[in-house]
Design a protein around this ligand. Structure first.
Ligand SMILES: [Zn+2]
Length: 318
């Protein structure tokens, strides 16, 4: 065998290795959840190099006029593969993308929708602009090359809350808050499907890096009043009834109560993190690690409040 043939074989082998290692295929399988309505259900794990950040639910509605997309996923690659998955189902154009909130797993796929108007609540757009680059860097650190080439594409339009009719679907755009400063929920009155974004989690512990628990609880009350037939949570399975709203409310109330009591007992952060979790949360994915993260995010404020109320009587005596 000549050196040239060997070199050629070597190059071919390298090519095969590169090909085998480089598909980065999210294997997105749209699941039909209602008439013309499809969901892409992500895993309930943390972001890893195995799942490429596909830990999130996204969705699209095929209307008579075209397609409405709800969240674009964790990376440019996901957005592109989502768009290809949509094209396998319909040849109608994508009319509009909504970002439910500014967290990276929900909007870093925006790049794939160049030329399509992307809309979000004003505070979501601000968050995408301010945190987008750091989010994209962090996604790359956690997901690796799945996220290569991903750059934050900030939504260009403000969502106008209220009714929007698209191709026969009556969409109620609801401006809420609590998971972040701007949480968009979309209720399709035509099908009874609620796209809840991260205001609702099911069988996966809620994340709280930008949360206000009291506002979140109020938002859950408003979502509950819609009496949706089906709910697509931001994370976890699509479901009928209010089970996701109830479980999210249960977790948030327990979290609030636990942090309040711990602060009044004077526990330090490490002690709070070691507290036992209630049995009813045992089968919830990531319950322990999200609880620990929530302690990191939220406990300081509870400690300050406890110090404040302990100091007040002393001040009043003076
Ligand atoms: Zn989120």
């Amino acid at each position: 065998m000549t050196a040239r043939v060997l070199t050629a074989l070597f190059a071919l082998a390298l090519g095969l290795v590169a090909h085998a290692a480089a598909p980065f295929d999210y294997a997105l399988q749209p699941e039909k959840i209602a008439d013309g309505t499809w969901a892409l259900i992500g895993s309930t794990e943390d972001i890893t190099r195995g799942n490429g950040g596909n830990i999130v639910n996204t969705a699209f509605i095929v209307t008579k006029e075209g397609v409405v997309v709800i969240d674009s996923g964790p990376s440019r690659r996901y957005g592109e593969q989502m768009r290809a998955a949509i094209a396998r189902i319909t040849d109608k154009p994508v009319l509009r993308v909504f970002n439910t909130h500014h967290h990276p797993d929900h909007f870093l796929g925006n790049q794939a929708y160049a030329g399509v108007p992307i809309a979000a609540l004003p505070s979501t757009r601000t968050g995408e602009r301010d945190d987008g680059s750091a989010f994209a860097d962090n996604m790359y650190r956690m997901a690796g090359d799945w996220a290569s080439g991903t750059e934050p594409q900030v939504a260009q339009q403000d969502v106008q809350p209220g009714l929007l009719t698209v191709g026969g679907h009556e969409l109620e755009l609801i401006a809420l808050e609590g998971h972040t400063a701007g949480d968009l929920a979309i209720f399709d009155r035509s099908t009874g499907v609620l796209f809840a974004g991260d205001l609702v989690f099911l069988d996966r512990a809620p994340t709280t890096p930008h949360a206000s628990i009291q506002r979140w609880l109020r938002s859950l009350d408003m979502l509950g009043a819609l009496n949706a037939k089906k709910t697509l949570p931001g994370h976890g399975p699509v479901h009928a009834g209010a089970v996701g709203i109830e479980q999210t409310r249960d977790w948030l109330k327990w979290l609030d109560e636990t942090l309040l009591q711990s602060a009044s007992r004077g526990l330090d952060m490490a002690e709070v993190m070691r507290l036992p979790l209630p049995e009813r949360f045992a089968r919830m994915s990531l319950a322990r690690s999200e609880f620990e993260r929530s302690v990191t995010h939220l406990y300081g404020a509870y400690e300050l409040r406890a110090l404040d109320s302990a100091a007040r009587p002393v001040l009043q005596q003076k």
